[in-house]
Design a protein around this ligand. Structure first.
Ligand code: ADP
Ligand code: ADP
Length: 222
């Protein structure tokens, strides 16, 4: 009943550099349905590499990535993109919202790309904005919003297509501690209400402690 499984995943950056960098070695990790897992790692330990592999943006040298028990390794680019679009939601340290579009439009667009009708997409955007306390800000552009507000819109966008798994890389890392705390609570409420599974990288041990389980990534000795 795991949403995500990494089985024996290894990754070494070798090809071009002067010396190979072994980042992940025989990593096993799983995220169960409805489980929220914290990923805690010192800088350089391979957190981004792991999230890229779990997010089907990069492939491991060895091992398997399973979504709902289905091996993603053999899939071509199109099928991977499709799986990413339908199954996964992403949140980053910086919001990466489209600056020329309103908050609501930023949540509508990925749904349109996924074949949702304009009316349904707008209704869902409104509902999500309401859930994160931004019902009144839908028409505003990102630049007109605070950092915490921008990040809450980014959460809505990540959940727009009702993914099975949320992958987040330091989702509140760009915010001051007090705002980070509040915004993180909003994210956790959203995840819990929707029964979403999540893998959330953070340096913040206090935030990690609020999740169901903590996985520590260690630096491998190359
Ligand atoms: P983290 O996100 O934990 O800081 P990364 O996954 O970004 O770590 O990187 C882990 C290690 O792999 C670092 O030593 C980094 O320099 C190295 N690395 C990352 N990407 C590449 C790449 N494309 N080529 C070579 N080395 C890389
Ligand atoms: P611990 O508390 O012992 O660090 P965790 O419960 O945090 O263990 O789980 C981390 C798991 O991931 C361990 O099984 C560990 O061996 C594995 N692991 C950590 N870093 C790496 C890595 N860079 N490559 C492969 N496996 C790793």
């Amino acid at each position: 009943n795991d949403v995500l499984q990494l089985l024996g995943v290894s990754k070494t950056y070798a090809k071009n550099g002067p010396a190979p960098v072994r980042v992940l070695e025989d990593l096993n990790l799983s995220v169960a349905r409805g489980e929220v897992v914290a990923l805690v790692a010192p800088s350089g330990a391979g957190k981004s590499t792991l999230l890229h592999i779990a997010g089907l943006l990069d492939t491991p040298d060895a091992g398997q990535v399973l979504l709902h028990g289905r091996d993603m390794s053999g899939l071509g680019d199109r099928a991977r993109t499709e799986a990413r679009r339908q199954e996964l939601g992403f949140v980053y340290q910086f919001h990466h919202l489209l600056p020329e579009f309103s908050a609501a439009e930023n949540i509508v667009l990925p749904q349109l790309a996924n074949g949702v009708s304009d009316g349904d997409a707008r209704a869902r955007a409104t509902e999500l904005l309401d859930r994160v306390g931004l019902a009144h800000r839908g028409a505003h552009r990102p630049a007109e919003m605070s950092g915490g507000e921008q990040q809450r819109v980014a959460f809505c966008r990540a959940l727009a297509n009702q993914p099975a798994l949320l992958l987040a890389d330091e989702p509140t890392g760009n915010l001051d501690p007090e705002t980070a705390d509040r915004v993180f609570a909003v994210l956790m409420d959203l995840v819990r209400e929707t029964g979403l599974s999540a893998l959330i990288a953070t340096h913040n041990h206090e935030l990690a402690g609020r999740m169901d389980r903590v996985i520590h990534l260690h630096e491998t000795v190359a």
